[in-house]
Design a protein around this ligand. Structure first.
Ligand code: UD1
Length: 419
């Protein structure tokens, strides 16, 4: 199993390009199931989760053509199997995103229950309740969700918890339903709005995506489209933290500062200088200046994202002062804490909070990545630690960061992948 070895202490410098957003690409690939016309998707990130989704579509009978610039053409004119098997769903929960499109277009679907997950229990009850409100008959047996409907109908759905993939699943299902669907307390995440733009370019009639109230008027069919995925705000934020934590100076291109204002504010509070234009963000640390500790409380967009919590925990480990990190979205999303402690960090975990008291220096160690964002956090810690850090089980990182060691090397980091 791949490992990364990192020699810490090099301030990152230079420019890199940000990839397309994983969390927009996954629902947009699922959305292609809503039409039998070809859909062209550009700015697709080269990630393991994308390969898994392509494998899933391929199993169902999709024709997929990928060019060398990661532009994919998906053609679902000949779908034969409306089934998402456990072997794939267990490696990627977002596979649940095929449920809404399949039942909406084909009137039936069988999708494995995602089950347990390393960042706490992540149920899909809200997805299922919403589809049931739209007229789907849903049963669960032998670990599989079976959904059937002659044709879904519009419904009024008011989520009691904000759910990103739940909003996306129901929004996709509603595009081909009979009548109007209203989703209240919808997720505001930019990836939801990106999916809606893609669906509208396929002929859907969606208003309000990106706000808390989305209205979808069902249409009889969707057509083909060509759509470019928005930049990955979490990849962007992760490289900004990498620059800040190493006392460096970087410019990130092909991104969008408006997607991560809460993260940029916290970086400024920590002492970084940020300069933005429409498509790039530069971060510089004053030479010799030490980062200041910053409190973080995760919440749905536009507040501080849970997917940046682990990276900011790493940053606080070497900052001056004390910070409290509060995780409000997922339980059990602090698996990086014990690994950071092995590197000399001073962390105290209590319920959904971690108290971080900054230390002058972390020390390289052998540590294990246990989920995607925790892996990013441990790499960041390795970049600033004294000596060599070995990050084991690094396959998680390939689910969500395109060629991370190449991009970090481009910024001057001393990092190498070992078999
Ligand atoms: C998505 C993102 C993930 C991010 C998360 C929160 C994708 C592919 N993944 O995950 O990177 O960390 O949003 O921003 O976009 N919940 C329920 N019942 C449900 C659904 C969710 O109780 O049916 C709860 C969850 O347990 C969690 C909260 O709602 O506590 C938010 O989860 P949700 O927004 O659904 O996360 P995902 O869509 O899985």
């Amino acid at each position: 199993m791949d490992k990364l070895t990192i020699r810490g202490g090099v301030p990152l410098r230079g420019e890199i390009s940000i990839s397309g957003a994983k969390n927009a690409a996954l629902p947009i690939l699922a959305a292609t199931l809503l039409t039998d016309k070809p859909v062209l998707i550009g700015n697709l990130p080269h990630l393991h989760d994308i390969t898994t989704t392509m494998e899933l579509l391929g199993l169902m009978g999709s024709d997929l053509m990928l060019d060398e610039r990661m532009m994919i053409e998906v053609n679902n004119h000949n779908l034969t199997r409306l089934h998402a098997p456990h072997e794939l769903v267990k490696t990627m929960r977002a596979s649940i995103l095929v449920l809404g499109p399949l039942v909406s277009r084909y009137g039936r679907a069988q999708v494995s229950l995602p089950g347990g997950c390393s960042i706490g229990s992540r149920p899909v009850d809200l997805h299922l309740q919403g589809l049931a409100a739209m007229g789907a008959d849903i049963t669960v047996h032998d670990g599989y969700i079976e959904a059937r409907a002659k044709r879904l109908h519009g419904a009024y759905i008011n989520f009691d918890t904000v759910t990103v993939t739940g909003t996306e699943n129901l929004m996709m299902a509603a595009t081909l339903a009979q009548g109007v669907t209203v989703i209240e307390n919808a997720a505001l995440e930019p990836e939801v709005a990106d999916l809606a733009s893609c669906l509208n370019s396929m002929g859907a009639n969606i208003c309000g995506a990106g706000s808390g109230r989305i209205e979808i008027e069902g249409v009889d069919e969707l057509g083909g489209a060509s759509y470019d995925i928005l930049p990955d705000r979490i990849e962007t934020g992760t490289y900004l933290v990498a620059a800040a934590i190493t006392g460096g100076r970087v410019k990130l291109k092909n991104t969008d500062p408006s997607l991560l204002e809460a993260v940029l504010e916290k970086l400024v509070e920590a002492g970084a200088r940020i300069d933005c234009d429409e498509t790039s963000i530069s971060l510089a640390m004053e030479s010799g200046a030490r980062l200041r500790a910053v409190d973080i409380a995760t919440a749905p967009f536009p507040d501080f994202p849970t997917d940046m919590q682990a990276q900011f925990t790493a940053m606080n480990c070497i900052a001056e002062g004390r910070a409290v990190i509060t995780e409000n979205i997922f339980n059990n999303r602090f698996m990086h804490v014990t690994e950071l402690q092995k590197m000399g960090a001073n962390l105290t975990l209590s319920g959904n909070q971690v108290e971080v008291r900054g230390v002058e220096q972390l020390t390289g160690s052998t540590i294990t990545a246990r989920d995607l964002r925790a892996s990013a956090c441990l790499i960041l810690a390795g970049l600033v630690a004294q000596g060599e850090t070995l990050v084991e089980q690094v396959y998680h990182i390939d689910r969500g960061y395109e060629t991370i060691e190449e991009k970090l090397m481009q910024l001057g980091a001393s990092i190498r992948r070992l078999p």
